[in-house]
Design a protein around this ligand. Structure first.
Ligand code: HEM
Length: 179
């Protein structure tokens, strides 16, 4: 396998923790929204909503840390033999994923603020997003955009996973940088 330089340890940990969170959030989001659509309410639906809101808000907070890391630490350079166009494509997808990892939870948070449905568990509630009025119609529009952003994020992540697996099977060292 060619020589490669790994991402810093904290960066790798954050990558896999957040990957697990987002890969949990998407199926939970689809499941709870389909239960709400079918008018199925009860303990399970409530738990799904609570878990989704808590994990989603944590993703938003962790993104602050992640963007800070991305600005302060340099990602290891790609090997010279990797075509420039592929390097550019990889970087563009990564930047788009970063943007969606901020916009998607922001829209979800704005939606639960407008609805309002900020409760998570017992007395624990999320803070309301500043400047967002209470308005159910607005909440519906925000949730609609939130859903489409999440689907777009899911498609990009599927492409990202496919590319990562290709590097794993080609044993070119790119996958190992993040392990
Ligand atoms: C990266 C973070 C997030 C991802 C990937 C994500 C993903 C999703 C997905 C796939 C859906 C289903 C959409 C649909 O079928 O219409 C959904 C719905 C929902 N999400 Fe998120 N979500 C995230 C963050 C958040 C946050 C931070 C909140 C609130 C604090 C939130 C609140 C909601 C709510 C309330 C719904 C249901 C909307 C409805 O019933 O129409 N989400 N989310």
């Amino acid at each position: 396998m060619p020589q490669f330089q790994k991402y810093p340890a904290g960066w790798r940990v954050l990558h896999w923790v957040m990957a697990l969170m987002v890969l949990t959030l998407i199926p939970i989001g689809l499941w709870m929204a389909s239960r709400a659509e079918a008018d199925i309410w009860g303990a399970l639906t409530n738990t799904l909503y609570s878990a989704h809101k808590a994990i989603g808000f944590s993703v938003l907070l962790l993104m602050i840390l992640r963007i800070g890391m991305k600005i302060r630490l340099k990602s290891p350079p790609y090997p010279d033999e990797m075509p420039r166009r592929l390097q550019l494509a990889a970087k563009s997808v990564h930047h788009l994923i970063y943007i969606l990892l901020v916009l998607t939870p922001l829209l979800g948070w704005a939606g639960v603020t407008a609805y309002p449905a900020l409760g998570i568990l017992g007395d624990v509630t999320l803070p309301a997003m500043p400047l967002v009025p209470q308005d159910e119609e607005l909440a519906a529009r925000l949730f609609y955009i939130h859903g489409w952003l999440a689907i777009t994020l899911g498609v990009l992540i599927a492409g990202h996973i496919a590319a990562a697996l290709r590097h794993l099977f080609r044993k070119d060292g790119i996958f190992q940088r993040m392990v």
